[in-house]
Write a protein that binds this ligand. Structure first.
Ligand code: ACO
Length: 427
């Protein structure tokens, strides 16, 4: 006997059996429930998608209460310890860990696609000298759609693969150019001898030396941060990627929208906001007053809370460990003590405990980025580099899912109905 939900409509006295599949009912099954002949049927109301699944996915599993995060079944802790970002990106995109030959080919393909079209430089020169690198990043990703019109062939597997190579490989180059533009330094071309992350650091920080050599601890730390940020199922930016992509636009245009969604302080902009918050608090003495204001609703403790995690974000635990390794090389970030004190208070305070507010991935990542020499404006860009693999994997899953159509939520209309136009002199 299949699981069903029995619904009794008190308006008509009628009963309906609605199938429950994979722990969910289909919202369209409720359309049959009508109060009368001219009723279009019952709908569900779920602002901010608090309890609505919009897709079936095989990519990322999260159990927010238990603090579990898995990519394609592999726990994030194991990937952060043993994998590299490129290998994890392959896993996310293609569903399995690569064999040795597959990893070599994938690495080669990514390495071969790191160069940017020379006109991208001219495009970037049009931005103000102090343009936020995230604005530059998302505009450039959008502009890519004009450089690669073949990307419109979204149902051609080979074409999609090409865009995957281009996107994963070129986002670090775009990010590095955006950064160099913002500090008025010449752009650095990719170095194909280096690893994915090593080359990114080269494009960011190379000066006049013939060959850039990154610190292996810092390179590994950044790679781990990329692994941790690679995907996070149906968050705001991924939903944007899927939603925009559902109109069958090319992946560059869809990803420009996803990056825009990530830019906001409630999402990928949070790591930047954490640093700004710590600077604003200024000293340990000001922490109690700050917490008091947060509890009075006069602001948020940035880097705390999560829509899905109602326990410690597993990524935050890994980041805290990575921070210690980074600070051994760079020296301790003076803001760390304030962050630790905020965390200590928040984990004991009734306000945060009852609302299940724990540090999320962004509470400590900004401190690491800052210690590594990144300006705060680059933080969301670093997030976007890592999330590119997740966005494209989710986009492709959406495209190939026969159940998906163009995304089009319903509304509950509560405004005025038909009114006659009033001429200007009569209003
Ligand atoms: N500081 C203080 N209070 C908070 C915080 C916070 N960071 N987050 C939530 N709350 C409170 C809310 O005021 C609300 O209290 P109330 O019930 O008295 O009204 C309650 O906790 C629930 O908050 P919601 O806003 O309903 O939670 P939601 O799931 O919608 O929001 C979000 C999740 C956006 C992440 C929120 O916790 C937040 O704004 N955090 C700070 C920003 C941040 O760190 N974002 C990064 C998220 S991780 C990522 O995107 C990579």
């Amino acid at each position: 006997m299949p699981d069903t939900l029995t619904v009794t409509d008190n308006r008509t006295g009628k009963q309906y059996e609605v199938p429950i599949i994979d722990g969910a009912i289909r919202a369209t099954d409720l359309r049959q429930i009508k109060a009368g002949a001219d009723d279009s049927g019952l709908t569900t109301y779920d602002p901010a998608f608090m309890n609505t699944a919009a897709c079936r996915s095989r990519i990322t599993f999260i159990d927010g209460d238990k603090g579990i995060l898995e990519y394609r079944g592999y726990p994030i802790e194991q990937l952060a310890e043993h994998s590299t970002y490129l290998e994890t990106a392959y896993l996310i995109l293609f569903g399995e860990l690569p064999t040795d030959a597959q990893l070599k080919d994938w690495t080669k393909q990514i390495t071969l696609h790191t160069m940017l079209h020379e006109n991208i430089k001219k495009l970037m020169e049009g931005f103000q000298y102090d343009a936020h690198p995230m604005g530059v990043f998302l505009s450039t990703v959008g502009a890519f759609s004009t450089f690669y019109p073949d990307a419109k062939k979204i149902f051609d597997e080979q074409s999609r693969k090409k865009q995957v190579y281009r996107l994963v490989a070129k986002v670090p180059s775009i990010a590095a150019y955006a950064y160099r533009h913002s500090i008025g330094r010449p752009y650095v071309y990719p170095d194909n001898d280096l690893s994915f992350t090593g080359n990114f650091l080269n494009m960011l920080f190379k000066m006049t030396e013939l060959k850039y050599q990154s610190n292996p601890v810092l390179e590994r730390a950044l790679d781990i941060l990329f692994i941790l940020h690679a995907d996070h199922e149906q968050n705001c930016s991924t939903s944007a990627m899927r939603g925009i992509g559902s109109s069958h636009v090319d992946p560059y245009s869809a990803m420009a929208g996803a990056a825009a969604a990530l830019y906001g302080p409630l999402h990928g902009g949070a790591n930047e906001a954490v640093l700004r918050m710590l600077h604003e608090i200024g000293s340990m003495d000001n922490i109690p007053g700050f917490i008091k204001r947060v509890k009075a609703g006069e602001g948020r403790l940035m880097g705390f809370g999560h829509r899905v995690y109602k326990s410690y974000d597993p990524r935050a635990k890994i980041i805290k460990r990575t921070a210690d390794q980074v600070f051994e090389v760079t020296g301790r970030n003076p803001l760390l003590d304030m962050a630790l004190e905020l965390e200590r208070i928040a984990l004991e305070d009734d306000y945060f405990v009852t609302r299940k507010l724990y540090p999320n991935v962004d509470f400590y990542s900004g401190l690491i980025y800052q210690a590594m020499g990144f300006p705060v404006t680059m933080f969301p860009v670093l997030f976007a580099i890592a999330r590119t693999s997740g966005w494209i994997a989710q986009w492709e899953e959406m495209l190939l899912d026969p159940e998906q159509k163009i995304a089009r939520p319903r509304q509950l209309f509560v405004g005025a109905r038909k009114r006659d136009y009033v001429p200007l002199d009569k209003r």
